[in-house]
Design a protein around this ligand. Sequence first.
Ligand code: PLP
Length: 455
Amino acid sequence: MPTPEEIESLRQLDRDHLLHPNVVLGEFEDTGGTIIVSGEGATVRDIDGREYIDAIGALWLANIGYGRPELAAVAAAQMRQLPFWSLFYGWSNAPAIRLAAEMARIAPEAFNHAFFTSGGSEANETSIKFARLYHVRRGHPNKQIVIGLARAYHGVSYGAMTATGLERVREGYAPLVGAFEHIAGAYCYRCPFGKTYPECQLFCADEIERTIERLGPENVAAFIAEPVQGVGGVITPPDGYFEKVRAICDRHDVLWISDEVICGFGRTGKLFGIENWTVRPDLISCAKGITSGYLPLGASLVSDKVYLALKGDGHQTLNHGFTYSGHPVAAAVALENIRILLREGLPARAAEMGDAMRAQISALGNPYIGEVRGKGLLIGVELVRDRSSREPADVAMAVELACRRSGVILRALGGNIISISPPLVITEAQAARVVAVLDQAVRAECGSAGEAAAQ
Ligand code: PLP
């Protein structure tokens, strides 16, 4: 255990030297952060010894939970044998080969090739580049535009950031990349088109076709979407949405990229999020749950249709690659992570636990909870002042902090949405505690916000 002096010194060094993503820098210099030092199953412990239920899977990714010695063992063994060798220019390494073969085995049918990256942004960069190259190789170099959804999050590198539909992510970084277009998505609770499902007949999906026609199909390369939008608010398209996407993309020779960075590897109750619908995309970007966060890794999974175009006439080079594409230690860890996910049936467990948690939250009768949504253990809770008017209750951050004080880590998204995405091994007792703490915090924060507004 570190001494109080050592802890204070570490906190000071954090404030003085470490740049953190998404913090108000001036505030952080004063307050510092919470330093997490260990984890076991679905719980983590901070440097002061406080234990929390991690109901966000760190950052949507701790799918198999913390403290798995098998992953440490394979990482150590691989580091001893060969810490790194690249895949460039025909070189290869055994863990990357085995992982690519495993991805071909477990991914949807006809996804037989994998390109590895270090994370989700790079996976999306790769998928977007491959989509454009697909059209170039097939003689349609003008098919460049990528259509994405409002509220989508695809990462922070330039292409992935430009594809992202959240203004705050892009602010201050202009000029962005050319040839990206955003349209409204399937947000049924607050339909951007003012319609109601199913009478709407998926007007939102038809918006993709209207947009392709407006831009000219000869200019459109791809449509990119998360199966369930994570950062944008756990926004869950209804049945039929992606079936329409598939048909529209096929009609206009537009590729469909499924961003499974959050949804992949069991989170939504299926191994891949898109398996909650009946159709399949052309490219799949994944990361996070591929290693449950034990090491950084991502991938762009390539369908046979795209692979054949990339191969071209058989004499063309694939000019794309990161130093760490197919890092052998990360690949070995991913293989062991996937073995555990499958051996323990964690996707099915996520489906069961997710349904149970959604039912428990709905049964609370909490007047400030307007909607509970999501798939598997990817859960969104939208807070409202009043269920009939659906006026947003912008207290999500206060709820997050109150839950944290009670030993439960949840995440505020925007002003009025709480996300829950725990390790898929969360126990029933832990899940019940998360629901109870959330209920209490929402009642307290919405109640006091209501009183303050009334004064
Ligand atoms: N795509 C989605 C859906 C994400 O949620 C994220 C990160 O949260 C990314 C892409 C970017 O991944 P990374 O942060 O690993 O670059």
